[in-house]
Ligand binder design. Structure first.
Ligand code: 3PG
Length: 308
């Protein structure tokens, strides 16, 4: 009987777990759960006899592959797979997949939750600001970017987009988003910029002072993507120079304490990354992951493979 380990430092909702287990058990496999583990050693022990692994942002590095002799497939129940050592997986003949799009709506909704919370002064009763008619820049137009666009149009915002990948202009136009030719234009025009870039060698620390200083008065930068994409020293100096600049994050910056201390009214970060923390997103991503594993073993389907 194949064993599937669901290793999640941040556990899935119970409703999602029941659905995931159902998919696994219906295939005649066994579902094992490791949750809120406190060390990689616990993970090493849990992964030792399993054939497949489902993770969220959990670190899957060389030590995991070395301790999992039967492992054939790892599925990241989510979009970003920068937490998985892909080269090492390939070396160990392990297939790595993600579940693109399954938790995008949850992240998209959180963007507006954070924006309204901040623009209404953390609900302290002081006079705030509205989203309607404001300019929103969507930096990278993937699945989350599209959800953000859809919701922003409902708020009556003017929405612009920039994506370095070719062919995105047409997709933006379908969502009523005005595509811009350069990244500089996006930051020049938009009072609010929402980041939806993956963390890659190209994007790490790419959001720098050159871009942030371009933003119009009363700027808000919101990062629900990855911590690494922002040059934090640049962000700090921009926030020191501009008392109209707000930073909101669902991916806690390394300089969290410093930002909290220096800019209590212009900085907010969630306690734990919670963009994908809804029952619906957990169920969508978790069930997709389990289904992909079953198809991989039963039919050799590698559709969502991300490593070589
Ligand atoms: C993703 O890449 O899908 C999101 O960042 C969600 O991450 P999480 O599963 O750790 O909440």
């Amino acid at each position: 009987m194949k064993k599937i380990l669901i290793a999640t430092d941040k556990p899935f909702a119970l409703t999602a777990k029941n659905l995931i287990s159902q998919v696994i058990e219906n295939a005649g496999y066994e579902a094992l759960y490791l949750e809120k583990y406190t060390s990689q050693e616990e993970f090493h022990v849990a992964v030792n006899s399993v054939d497949a692994l489902i993770v969220r942002s959990d670190i899957v590095d060389a030590s995991i592959f070395e301790n999992a002799p039967n492992l054939k497939i790892v599925v990241r129940a989510g979009a970003g797979y920068d937490n998985i050592d892909l080269d090492c997986a390939t070396k160990h003949h392990v297939c790595v997949m993600n579940t693109p799009g399954q938790n995008s709506n949850a992240v998209g909704e959180l963007v507006f939750g954070l924006l309204i919370y901040s623009m209404r002064n953390y609900f302290n009763g002081a006079v705030g600001k509205e989203l309607k008619d404001r300019t929103l820049g969507i930096h990278a137009f993937g699945n989350v970017g599209k959800c953000v666009a859809r919701i922003a149009k409902g708020f009556g915002m003017k929405v612009y987009g920039y994506d370095a990948l070719p062919g995105k202009d047409k997709e933006m136009a379908c969502f009523g988003v005005e595509p811009l030719d350069s990244i500089e234009e996006l930051y020049n025009l938009c009072e609010i910029v929402s980041l939806h870039l993956p963390a890659t060698e190209l994007t790490k620390q790419s959001i720098n002072a050159n871009l942030l200083n371009r933003m119009p008065h009363d700027a808000i930068l919101i990062n629900t993507a990855r911590q690494e994409i922002i040059d934090e020293q640049d962000l700090l100096s921009v926030m020191r120079m501009r008392n109209d600049f707000v930073f909101l994050a669902d991916t806690k910056p390394v300089i969290d304490e410093q930002l909290k201390k220096e800019f209590p009214s212009r900085y907010f970060a969630t306690l734990k990354k919670m963009g994908a923390q809804t029952e619906e997103a957990n169920a969508n991503a978790g069930v997709a992951a389990a289904t992909q594993i079953v198809s991989f073993f039963e039919t050799g389907d590698e559709h969502f493979r991300v490593n070589l």
